[in-house]
Design a binder for this molecule. Structure first.
Ligand SMILES: NC(=O)C1=CN([C@@H]2O[C@H](COP(=O)(O)OP(=O)(O)OC[C@H]3O[C@@H](n4cnc5c(N)ncnc54)[C@H](OP(=O)(O)O)[C@@H]3O)[C@@H](O)[C@H]2O)C=CC1
Ligand SMILES: O=C(CO)[C@H](O)[C@H](O)COP(=O)(O)O
Length: 475
């Protein structure tokens, strides 16, 4: 039998669709899944693409079915399963074979895997893939980490399956070892912030203004034709319009308000904190998901404190809708600025040379945060690749100036009405602090010096670094 050019392990949502995508692009692919019935079902449902697919029931059979040197994509549950799968695979591989972990790995695990394989004749790639089921099937965004030489060996197949934006591949080599998985993690951190901010605007419309799911769906539909045009706004319109087939109720109204999370948002925040880079909107979004999961505590607290009773202090109409749209836009700029700032610092700390314009480019299509907006980020970073922050680039500083008053009005109104808007408020607080030349940390420095003799720098540059706190000061 003619051998496959590539192999793929893991036939759940992502792996099965990626395998069909690879097969459809004319590549012969061998597939394997731990539970063999899944492999059988996948093969049986592959239709015309069956002729491109070699279903394998054992690892030995799988490795044998691929022409060496073998590129093997591992698309399984992230974490320990990947180490187990790699350990099971490794004894069967030979010189030059490439294991490609395409799941949502923590980049620190990816670095450790590179380290473990460095004295072997095998090659490893850590690759972030975004786009969910549809992206995997028809064109995901692909973020590759590893040696450039190893990327060159798989570039043709990866670019053949990736999404395209105006004919350009949404697939790129981003740097060595954990670079690809780091970028995917930050992508997801931004995704969390984007989703949370959309949910907060939905909350204002539902709880502050009494709008139905259908009415809110139409509003998001209108916004999707403007500057907020994006996949997440598009699906928000759709999910709000969907009805429960048995009751006819709007789907969002029958879904429990507890958000799941698998870790990538939290990792973005942990790494941002480790590096001292503020990512306040992402932090707020992760915390909001955690708070959402405390359903019983929230129900008990509402019994004690009551639901908010203050009216939303703005009248529904075109001006308010414009403010809501612009507020979401301003907050979105903040979240993306924070995500890119986190990647810029990681690039320095891990010596990756992450190409910011390229990252923005490959996120324009295929991935969950895809949008027109990312094309504007691409051009801002292309013109100013070393900008300290997206918000100070000429194009984005103009957008912030235009949209910030709306964000301020909406956050103020939501706070007055007692509606939670933690991510919108965090983005606003970030802008306000970022553009404040003289902040209030002078007082914190004085307090630190008072209680801990930690010292401070003076505004006049003089060489006296402790205060005259006298006998009240603690050592
Ligand atoms: N779902 C999504 O939208 C996206 C997911 N990802 C990432 O892609 C990867 C795959 O995601 P998804 O398709 O949702 O699947 P899941 O994360 O649900 O993982 C299920 C797959 O992992 C396999 N698996 C689990 N444990 C082991 C193990 N110990 N050894 C071998 N195989 C194991 C399962 O095999 P079995 O059938 O035998 O149980 C199955 O094929 C994950 O890392 C995920 O985070 C990335 C982007 C989007
Ligand atoms: O990577 C993805 C999208 O880009 C996956 O869908 C991921 O599972 C999303 O994260 P979470 O499950 O934590 O919401």
């Amino acid at each position: 039998m003619e051998k496959a050019e590539i192999g793929l392990i893991g036939l759940a949502v992502m792996g099965s669709n990626l395998a069909l995508n690879i097969a459809e692009k004319g590549n012969r692919i061998a597939v394997f899944n731990r539970t063999t019935s899944v492999t059988d079902e996948f093969y049986e449902s592959a239709g015309d693409l069956k002729k491109q697919i070699i279903p394998c029931r054992t690892i030995e059979e799988f490795v044998e079915a691929i022409r060496p040197p073998r590129p093997i994509i591992i698309m399984i549950k992230a974490g320990e399963p990947v180490d187990q799968q790699m350990a099971a695979l490794q004894p069967h591989l030979s010189k030059g074979d490439i294991m490609i972990d395409a799941g949502n790995a923590n980049f620190r695990d990816t670095m450790a895997r590179f380290d473990r394989l460095k004295d072997t004749e095998l090659t490893f790639i850590g690759m972030g893939v975004s786009g969910g089921e549809e992206g995997a099937r028809h064109g995901p965004s692909i973020m590759v980490g590893g040696t450039e030489e190893s990327y060159k060996r798989v570039e043709k197949v990866l670019t053949s399956i990736s999404a395209k934006y105006n004919g350009e591949d949404c697939c790129a080599w981003l740097g060595t070892d954990g670079a690809g998985h780091f970028v995917k993690t930050v992508h997801n951190g931004i995704e969390y912030a984007d989703m949370q901010m959309i949910a907060e605007i939905y909350g204002i419309l539902r709880d502050g203004l009494g709008k139905t799911a259908d009415e809110i769906s139409k509003i998001f539909g209108d916004w999707n034709k403007g500057r907020l045009n994006s996949y997440l706004i598009e699906i928000t319109e759709k999910v709000l319009a969907a009805k429960d087939p048995t009751t006819g109720t709007a789907m969002p109204d029958i879904i429990l308000d507890k958000a799941g999370q698998k870790g990538t948002g939290k990792w973005s925040v942990i790494e941002a904190q480790n590096m001292g880079i503020p990512a306040t909107a992402i932090e707020a979004a992760v915390a909001a998901r955690s708070l959402s999961s405390m359903k019983e505590q929230r129900e008990a607290a509402e019994k004690i404190f009551g639901a908010p009773t203050n009216e939303f202090p703005m009248t529904f109409g075109a001006d308010l809708l414009n403010d809501l749209e612009m507020a979401l836009f301003a907050a979105k700029i903040g979240a993306y600025a924070q995500g890119f700032a986190v990647m810029a610092e990681a690039s320095r700390q891990f010596d990756w040379s992450l190409p910011m314009p390229v990252i923005a480019k490959i996120w324009r299509a295929g991935c969950i945060i895809r949008s027109q907006f990312l094309d504007e980020i691409t051009s801002a970073f292309t013109k100013a690749p070393d900008a300290a922050n997206l918000v100070v680039t000429p194009a984005f500083s103009d957008m912030v100036k235009e949209s910030l008053p709306s964000l301020r009005r909406i956050v103020s109104a939501a706070v007055t009405a007692g509606l939670p808007v933690p991510a919108l408020a965090s983005a606003l607080g970030y802008f306000d602090a970022y553009r404040q030349a003289r902040g209030t940390a002078n007082l914190i420095q004085a307090q630190r010096d008072f209680f801990g003799a930690h010292g401070f720098d003076r505004v006049d540059g003089k060489d006296i670094h402790h205060g005259p706190w006298g006998s009240g000061a603690q050592g």
